[in-house]
Design a binder for this molecule. Structure first.
Ligand SMILES: [Zn+2]
Length: 463
């Protein structure tokens, strides 16, 4: 038979088999066959991947499209495509009911996104709690988020009602009614921060070290423990996003060794930057950048399986909102476009992280945890033909002006990284090549979740 496309002569990262010389045949947007080189047969189109590595298109489990700007889907999805990301899970934040906000978000993404997506609604009110079962049953929602740091008045500026630990417990109980639904928890104990932060600020301290001191590692570990305990007692499937530090990792290791369960994510910036990094208030983020010992701990966690995913926590903030005092600068920064180069340059080349592990962390595991596998996340017949062709030896200096993101800076600006995507395929279509985006707006799609129970992954560390 004649396929639509064959990606020939590449070395593909295949599940269970590692890096293999392979041809990948595509028909109707899906992977039709993965064969020995030369055995895929004829095709209308060919893509020569000689000298390149073929990874599954990245599934970024953590982006905030719409938080920086209402039109983020148009721009940030293009930045994602440049970086080899073919699916994102977006945190949707609304003070309206999600039975209204979720369809509106999907319509917005459908009109402009060049990549595929699913969402995590952020549960912020009693009304959100009440409508949760309906969202799962009627709206194909598979994951939610809770901001443990927006208790009391903390989230008022974002329209977040005052919540408390009891609300969090009730949310865990509500999610536990659905065995494969996942609750992501932003863990920072705000009550302790309310006590510490004013003390640090009063000393006149500035910069990233002050931000780290005001929201220290143990306040994160505290709420990680609370999340693990509630998950253990309710049966809720819990996901710890953006782990930053050794203390938190040790809490997770200690309790998962006892049979408690959690999925764990870290972000590129916690693997590359510390509070001492020379990026000033551009590096302000919650939770904060930590220490070199924490950076080392997180790389160990990625290698040994205690951490299962890496997400960008992408936010399209402009530089103008990031400058000035650490106490008033906005938190968050862009990262969806540099996620893969950072994992290849700093992870594979510098720390020896195997490419198979990078594929698991950035595609297979997020897809499995959030109900998108096997449609997304692996190079296997039947999956969507989401592929990223990588030149492992290409060296480039990060230059924010080349990103299609609305944001105008990068915390990696000027950093030389080795290993870059040269082509991104979404359902068989080349949507980016050598940094140029080729896709039309509105060609991305919402990804249906795999039905309950069909592919629920083990919660234990995968290895
Ligand atoms: Zn985030």
């Amino acid at each position: 038979m004649t396929h639509d496309l064959v990606v020939r002569n590449g070395r593909a990262v295949l599940p269970g088999a590692g890096l293999c010389a392979a041809d990948i045949a595509v028909a109707d947007g899906r992977i039709a066959a993965v064969t020995a080189p030369g055995a895929a047969g004829s095709a209308q189109d060919e893509l020569d991947a000689d000298g390149l590595v073929v990874l599954p298109g990245l599934v970024d489990p953590h982006v905030h499209f719409g938080l920086g700007h209402p039109d983020d889907w148009a721009t940030e999805s293009r930045a994602a495509a440049q970086g080899g990301v073919t699916t994102v899970l977006n945190y949707v934040q609304s003070s309206s009911p999600y039975t209204e906000a979720e369809p509106a978000e999907r319509a917005l993404a459908a009109s402009t996104s060049v990549i595929d997506w699913a969402t995590h609604p952020i549960v912020m009110s009693e009304e959100h709690l009440r409508e949760l079962p309906d969202l799962v049953r009627e709206h194909d929602v598979h994951s939610f988020k809770y901001f443990a740091n927006f208790k009391g008045d903390e989230g008022a500026y974002m329209g977040v009602e005052g919540t408390d630990t009891g609300f969090f417990f009730a949310l865990c109980r509500a999610v536990a009614a659905f065995p494969d639904v996942v609750l992501a928890v932003h863990p920072e104990n705000i009550e302790t921060i309310w006590r510490i932060l004013p003390e640090v600020k009063a000393t006149g301290a500035e910069g990233l070290p002050a931000w780290n001191a005001a929201r220290p590692d143990f306040v994160e570990a505290h709420d990680i423990f609370t999340a693990l305990l509630f998950a253990h007692r309710t049966g809720c499937r819990i996901y710890i996003p953006h782990l930053t530090n050794r203390e938190g990792l040790e809490v997770i290791r200690r309790h998962t060794a006892d049979g408690w369960r959690a999925h764990v994510e870290t972000c590129p910036h916690y693997l590359t930057h510390t509070a001492e990094s020379d990026v000033g208030s551009l590096g302000k983020v919650n939770p904060p950048l930590r220490t070199q010992d924490d950076v080392d701990a997180l790389w160990e966690g990625l290698a040994d399986g205690s951490i299962q995913t890496v997400g960008s926590d992408h936010n399209s903030r402009p530089r103008a909102k990031k400058e000035g005092s650490i106490w008033t600068a906005s938190a968050g920064f862009p990262g969806v476009n540099t996620l893969l180069p950072v994992m290849l340059g700093e992870g594979h080349h510098r720390r020896g992280l195997p490419l198979e592990r990078i594929a698991e962390l950035t595609a297979t595991n997020p897809a499995r945890i959030f109900g998108l596998h096997p449609t997304k996340g692996s190079i296997v017949p039947g999956a969507d033909a989401d592929l990223v062709l990588v030149d492992l030896d290409r060296e480039e200096t990060v230059d924010a002006s080349r990103s299609e993101s609305r944001s105008d800076f990068s915390i990696y600006e000027g950093r030389r990284l080795r290993g870059w995507p040269v082509a991104t395929l979404r359902r068989g279509a080349v949507i980016a090549r050598d940094g140029e985006v080729l896709a039309e707006p509105g060609t991305g799609r919402h990804v249906r979740r795999v039905p309950a129970g069909a592919a629920a992954p083990a919660l234990e560390p995968s290895r």
